[in-house]
Design a protein around this ligand. Structure first.
Ligand SMILES: NC(=O)c1ccc[n+]([C@@H]2O[C@H](COP(=O)([O-])OP(=O)(O)OC[C@H]3O[C@@H](n4cnc5c(N)ncnc54)[C@H](O)[C@@H]3O)[C@@H](O)[C@H]2O)c1
Length: 384
């Protein structure tokens, strides 16, 4: 006989079948991958913890580390994990089988390498995973040597809607690509999702918005913070034209947009690429990638960062036929975590190590050249 007990249908009494069910549950518990998280700021709290809460069949959060012990303790207590302010302690914990790196980006490269050297089964590192091509190559070498696979948290690369859109237009060779990102400032999303615990850091005085260095910094920050999510898609599309084309991409013009954002025009051979992002106070996020050739328009509507909705939707118009791609039930964050579990179990990576390096080098190159163009434009305006 079995009665619902609110959580499981368990047989009554101490029968063997009952104990068997309990033992099976314990075995399942052990089969789930133990997660350790380095850095427990807004991205951990508002993105990864809600995502992992939907993936309790594959993961259990074992330990959370932050250099601010109050943040580590508070965030870990929400999910019943151990906490620490020591990276070494987290990496030495044998219960931690996969590591998510969610610290500020200057620490990413060293932490990815340390996680690989600690013999973990897989590493998810928030974007950008390194600050230079040399650092990215060093990471790839250590990953190859130790056999520890790495995912970079550019979640839209793993998005099911984007992947289906690309498959619906084989051999598509666009002449125009536009990435447009309109978002409210991050804290709007972070506070919407959860009550974020922050380190106790004194606020910085605002920079003069027209200062050339501030404009250049805004463009670099925007490209490495936002455009970096779509630049891998741009590179995949350029690959269809010529796999080496991305290397000769030129920045035609670049502007820093207030209060935060950029407007950049690129040229790669005959392909025009427009990158646009702006933080607006309005609650109307819109994140879109459009690519066009003579008989195809591919239009992908991504869910914004932080938002735990389904995947992107897309429309592919090809030779007069319209294909609509409906949302999958999970977003890119969930897709990247599911892929991390597959990698830990020995699956082939969806994104090869060399692709991760080339995506980063592409983003760094565009960020540097765009910042220089925007700085020059700002200096010219100040002299006029
Ligand atoms: N994938 C996305 O959608 C997305 C969105 C926003 C930001 N990000 C990326 O996620 C990362 C984290 O973003 P955030 O907004 O939470 O950053 P943040 O700087 O606000 O918070 C990071 C946390 O890391 C802690 N920290 C600082 N140094 C550390 C160290 N050496 N080791 C461990 N912890 C340390 C800080 O105390 C803080 O609590 C960044 O790399 C950012 O680019 C990703």
């Amino acid at each position: 006989m079995s009665v619902p007990n609110g959580e499981h249908d368990m047989p009554l009494g101490g029968s063997d079948t009952g104990f068997e069910a309990v033992r099976a549950k314990e075995r399942d518990g052990r089969a789930r991958l133990g997660v350790g998280i380095l850095g427990a700021g807004p991205v951990t709290q508002a993105i990864h913890l809600p995502t992992l809460a939907r993936l309790t069949d594959r993961f259990r959060i074992v330990r959370i580390m932050d250099v601010d012990p109050a943040v580590a303790e508070s965030v870990a207590s929400r999910v019943g994990a151990a906490w620490s302010s020591s990276q070494e302690e987290l990496l030495a914990d044998p219960e931690v089988e996969v590591v998510a790196i969610c610290s500020p980006h200057p620490f990413h490269a060293e932490q990815v390498i340390a996680a690989c050297r600690a013999g973990k089964r897989a590493v998810l590192c928030e974007k950008p995973f390194a600050m230079s091509g040399e650092q990215a190559s060093a990471i790839a070498d250590v990953s190859a040597e130790t056999g520890v696979p790495i995912i970079v948290g550019t979640m839209h690369v793993y998005d099911a809607g984007w992947r289906s859109a690309l498959e619906s237009a084989p051999g598509f060779t666009p002449h125009t690509i536009r990435s447009s990102i309109l978002l409210p400032p991050n804290p709007r999303f972070e506070d919407f999702a959860t009550e974020v615990v922050r380190p106790d850091v004194p606020p910085q005085p605002p920079a003069d918005p027209d200062d050339a260095d501030a404009v250049a910094a805004r463009v670099t920050g925007g490209i490495m913070g936002l455009a970096i999510h779509n630049l891998p898609h741009v590179r995949r599309l350029l690959d269809n034209v010529d796999p080496e084309l991305w290397r000769s991409t030129e920045v035609v013009s670049a502007e820093g947009l207030a209060p935060a954002g950029y407007l950049v025009e690129l040229r790669a051979g005959d392909v025009t690429i427009e990158l646009h992002a702006v933080n607006s106070e309005n609650w109307a996020p819109d994140w879109r990638l459009v690519a066009v050739d003579d008989d195809t328009v591919l239009d992908v509507d991504f869910t914004p960062s932080y938002v735990q909705a389904g995947s992107a939707t897309a429309t592919v118009r090809r030779a007069g036929v319209i294909t609509s791609i409906p949302p999958a039930d999970h977003n890119g964050y969930e897709a990247e975590w599911r892929h991390l579990a597959e990698l830990a179990d020995g699956a082939e990576p969806l994104v090869a190590r060399q692709t991760l390096i080339d995506d980063l080098v592409f983003a760094l190159d565009i960020a540097e050249k765009s910042a220089e163009k925007a700085r020059a434009a700002a200096l010219e305006r100040s002299r006029a």
